[in-house]
Design a protein around this ligand. Structure first.
Ligand code: NAP
Length: 247
């Protein structure tokens, strides 16, 4: 089976660093038109854009805070202006800000909900306009195992990701009428800026998988490419744990 993403226009929120960055490069390598999105990491986004342009000219980088409706509209307009349509939205932007419940401020709670959950609503609402018109498209939300099993010191993060899972299931039912699929992917532990210096979190992140692997990134990227491709057409409303044990 040959899988490629040629002629697919893919928007990846929060792709200046971490998982989103890897995805942008990998999708571009498979032939996709890629929209890199960032909020503040201009230099990282620009360096990724230059890297990608060596292998695929069809790539742009757009600054937009995905928690702000006007900025998401701007991201959408730039996508349509450059590539004429949108085929895939990968809702990847995410943050964590950990504390036990008695120490967690309201701002800590709200900020995480805003970036991890509200942005998924906003981007899905705005980008699905074009998908509905075309009666075609895919929305993939990056959730987390922690939204399924919960994690101490991360009530905000765990609740936001559980919210993404519920949102995915409901939206899949709504958009299925327009042949648009909506799925969520829960990665295993992948070392990024989100968790690099937190040994405790690494242990807590241990998943239900029985196979030990240091970094689940390759499996995740391969799986995402399959999910985006024309080889995966009718799967929707599903939550995929692409994880492995880390210790
Ligand atoms: P990361 O390395 O910290 O990268 C986060 C990305 O999100 C950055 O590119 C950042 O861009 C962007 N971002 C944050 N707030 C934004 C906003 N308001 N608007 C636009 N972009 C924004 O994190 P990561 O580990 O790659 O995580 C990516 C996703 O995977 C998250 O949803 C996370 O919850 C999920 N996840 C990660 C793991 C893991 O083990 N790493 C496991 C399960 C799930 P700027 O730098 O420009 O702000």
């Amino acid at each position: 089976m040959i899988i490629d993403l040629v002629n697919k226009t893919v928007v990846i929120t929060g792709s200046s660093r971490g998982i989103g960055r890897e995805a942008a490069y990998r999708f571009a390598r498979e032939g996709a038109n890629v929209i890199i999105n960032y909020k503040s990491s201009y230099e990282q986004a620009e360096s990724l854009l230059q890297e990608i342009k060596k292998i695929n000219k069809n790539c742009i980088a757009v600054k937009a805070d995905v928690t702000k409706v006007k900025e998401v509209e701007h991201l959408y307009q730039e996508t349509i202006k450059t590539f004429g349509r949108v085929d895939v939205l990968l809702n990847n932007a995410g943050l964590c800000s950990d504390n036990r419940i008695n120490m967690m401020s309201e701002d800590q709670w709200k900020d995480i909900m805003d970036v991890n959950l509200n942005s998924v609503f906003l981007c899905s609402k705005i980008f699905s306009k074009d998908m509905i018109k075309n009666e075609s498209g895919k929305i993939i939300n990056i959730a987390s195992m922690k939204g399924q099993i919960g994690c101490e010191g991360q009530t905000n993060y765990s609740a936001s990701k559980a919210g993404v899972i519920g949102f995915t299931k409901a939206l899949a039912k709504e958009l299925g009428h327009f042949k648009i699929s909506v799925n969520a992917v829960c990665p295993g532990f992948i070392v990024t800026d989100l968790n690099r210096h937190n040994e405790e979190k690494q242990t807590a992140a241990n998943s239900l998988s029985v196979i030990k692997q240091d970094n689940a990134l390759d499996d995740l990227m391969n799986f995402l490419v399959f999910l985006l491709s024309d080889h995966c057409k009718g799967v929707s409303g599903r939550i995929f744990n692409i994880d492995s044990r880390i210790k």
